[in-house]
Ligand binder design. Structure first.
Ligand code: HMG
Ligand code: MG
Length: 307
């Protein structure tokens, strides 16, 4: 199969990245980061999550961040700011803050579901159905994640059929896109392709997205393997920020700079300006006091420094 001509990049750094930082990043820095990411051409930027502040204090400023972005004079047309909403309480708070798109997040592993959202997979699907119904009444689109699609930090290898089973339930519920999370980055091109094939047998490939953490340095290879099967939506995290607080040892998503460098090299359009992305990555990395985790960013910034 030919590779897709165009790929949608879903930037998740402000949520997936910053939720896992030891230091709590001030709302003003998050807002500036997200606006710089929009300036760089990203059209979907996951802004925050409406989860318990006791569980994830890093996202406690969710309403402040979202409301400021929506009211900003710098706001660009066509840019959406989805937010995570695990249950109706989170959904109601997100709507109150002005959310126009939300995302629910389930798992293919029972133990991970319990550790992450404190309920079984079956119970989570009931909660998600309530969120999707409420969102439908307000014409708010819902994206969905399935975590642990190839491996779980507690249960080990996860059968592709388990990921596909959950993905199908979420699509049937009314979610428009199912993002397949290799939460601990343990997948390799072969296991990722087996998982995508199982999911694509029950969910149209146009509705699938890859969400690959880069713990073992496999994310770019896994994206290429997914492109080969027609997947054309990928989540990435600016400067490679992040991880998941309930998946110990998981590092950040594939860096947005690495993903865009790959796509440019393959001649695949994604509408993102790499120079703008580098500047955004440098901004947040300077705030955190470290170099970007992205190898492409480090090489390109070093080259800029020599010119
Ligand atoms: P719970 O304790 O089971 O909920 O938490 P509960 O209904 O029993 O309520 C307990 C307390 O939480 C109550 O407050 C509720 O009001 C409050 P109290 O009376 O004790 O003061 N509460 C909430 N507060 C704010 N927002 C809410 C909310 N719901 C209840 N939405 C819950 C269930 C899901 C809320 C909790 O387990 C939680 O917040 N978990 C954090 C999950 C999380 O953010 N994980 C990281 C994101 S997922 C991820 O990173 C993976 C992904 O990137 C894909 C991949 O990589 O695989 C997406
Ligand atoms: Mg993640």
């Amino acid at each position: 199969m030919a590779l897709p001509n165009r790929v949608k990049v879903v930037e998740v750094g402000p949520r997936d990245g910053l939720q896992n930082e030891q230091q709590i990043v001030p709302a003003a820095i998050k807002i500036e980061l997200i606006e710089r990411l929009a300036d760089a051409g990203l059209s979907v930027i996951e802004a925050t999550s409406f989860v318990s502040p006791k569980w994830v204090p890093q996202m406690a400023d969710n309403a402040e961040v979202l409301a400021a972005l929506l009211a900003s004079p710098r706001r660009r047309a066509g840019v959406s700011y989805p937010v995570l909403t695990p249950n109706l309480k989170g959904f109601d708070a997100a709507v109150e803050a002005g959310a126009q798109e939300v995302a629910i997040f389930g798992a293919a592993s029972e133990t991970f579901s319990q550790k992450n959202i404190n309920c079984s997979v079956a119970e989570s699907l009931k909660r998600f159905a309530a969120v999707v119904n409420a969102a439908g009444a307000l014409e708010i689109p819902v994206r969905a994640y399935v975590s642990c699609v190839v491996a779980c930090p507690y249960e080990g290898a996860v059968a592709p059929e388990k990921a596909a089973w959950v993905a199908q339930r979420l699509l049937d519920m009314g979610c428009y896109e199912i993002s397949l999370g290799d939460t601990i980055g343990a997948g390799t091109p072969a296991s990722i392709q087996r998982m995508i094939e199982a999911c694509a047998a029950v969910v149209p490939v146009e509705n699938l997205a890859g969400h690959y953490h880069d713990t073992y340095g496999m994310a770019i290879a896994n994206i290429y393997a997914s492109l080969e099967l027609g997947v054309a939506v990928f989540d990435s995290s600016i400067a490679g920020l992040g991880g998941c607080p309930y998946a110990i040892g998981a590092s950040g998503n594939v860096a947005s700079e690495d993903l865009v460098f790959l796509l440019q090299g393959l001649g695949i359009d994604c509408g993102v300006d790499l120079a703008g992305l580098l500047a955004a990555g440098r901004f947040i990395s300077a705030h955190l006091g470290r170099a970007p985790a992205s190898k492409a960013a480090r090489a390109l910034l070093a080259r800029q420094g020599r010119q």
